[in-house]
Ligand binder design. Structure first.
Ligand SMILES: [Zn+2]
Length: 69
């Protein structure tokens, strides 16, 4: 049974930088300027990602058994 409650577009959230309604082109920001501000925050280390170990590399490939013929 098809459902009709699928929402194609996410509800507009305010720009995390200035609080204005975000624009789709710059989602989740309202403009390229705010996106740039956010990027600069990242680059300057203003954001801290908690509890993420960068040393954890997914290095586990499934061991292949004998591939004989
Ligand atoms: Zn903004």
């Amino acid at each position: 049974m098809p459902r009709d409650n699928v929402v194609p577009l996410k509800p507009t959230r305010p720009c995390p930088i200035c609080g204005k309604p975000s624009a789709q082109a710059f989602h989740p920001f309202c403009s390229a300027r705010c996106a740039d501000i956010d990027l600069n925050r990242w680059l300057s280390g203003a954001y801290v990602i908690p509890g993420k170990s960068l040393a954890e590399d997914e290095d586990m490939l499934p061991a292949d058994p004998d591939e004989g013929d």
